[in-house]
Design a binder for this molecule. Structure first.
Ligand SMILES: [Zn+2]
Length: 232
């Protein structure tokens, strides 16, 4: 059986800097220490420092959260039906896909999402891709059914969980560090957004029914994650 984000890179404008204007950096460096700096120049240097800090934070955010890739962005088909459930979500159920394997580029992960959705809809006859969200090997989070939509991933938990897929086969290989970080940060963001309970319980698919999912290696990994629950 096959199985099946976060934050955005900050953007900063460099307008008005480094263009040879009144505060060109080389001119600043040549100034005598005791010479008064032009006010505009001082302001520009302050702006430049702020821009560098924003860029630095943006890179950090990008490394730890990736981006949320919406259904429209990965080219999802419309579901044939949607059932909602209400309230703050109490569970996270972790899956691996087995196939497709780990995708290392965003284009490859989008292709993986489309292929899983096609399989779930065409072969399994489901209304949509089974999972709520997926984590790519590119560190991005891919929107599946989304929050508070009844899933098709773990009997007994489909109407009370986020079904979170890590795309890849983690039977014999650990999930890569960037995927684990993205998954953990996405879960934290779901709590911050008020979608997921702060006292949520995290389990592997095999705790819901007899399956090897999410793979022996990933299952061993999630046992060390926050709020993993041995007896849900
Ligand atoms: Zn599974």
């Amino acid at each position: 059986m096959r199985h099946q984000g976060f934050g955005n890179l900050q953007k900063a404008s460099l307008l008005g800097l480094g263009n040879g204007g009144p505060c060109a950096i080389s001119a600043y460096i040549r100034r005598d220490f005791f010479e008064n700096l032009h006010d505009d120049c001082v302001n520009s240097i302050g702006t430049m420092k702020a821009v560098i800090v924003i860029l630095f934070l943006g890179v950090l955010l990008h490394q730890t959260y990736g981006a949320l890739i919406t259904r429209a962005q990965w080219g999802a088909r419309a579901p044939t039906g949607t059932s909602k459930f209400s309230g703050v979500i109490p569970y996270v159920v972790i899956h691996h896909s087995v196939s497709p394997g780990v995708c290392s580029t965003t284009d490859a992960c989008k292709t993986a999402m489309r292929s899983m959705q096609n399989y779930h809809m065409n072969t399994n006859g489901w209304a949509d891709i089974g999972y709520s969200f997926a984590v790519g090997g590119d560190g991005n989070i891919y929107e599946g059914r989304g929050y508070n939509v009844v899933g098709a991933h773990a009997p007994g938990y489909n109407s009370q969980s986020i079904g979170l897929l890590l795309i890849g086969d983690f039977s014999k290989s650990n999930a890569p560090a960037n995927m684990v970080t993205a998954a953990k940060n996405f879960i934290s963001s779901a709590v911050s957004a008020g979608k997921l309970s702060s006292t949520y319980k995290l389990i592997g698919h095999r705790q819901a029914l007899a399956t090897e999912c999410p793979g022996d290696k990933l299952y061993a990994q999630i046992k060390t994650w926050s709020r993993y629950t041995a007896n849900p």
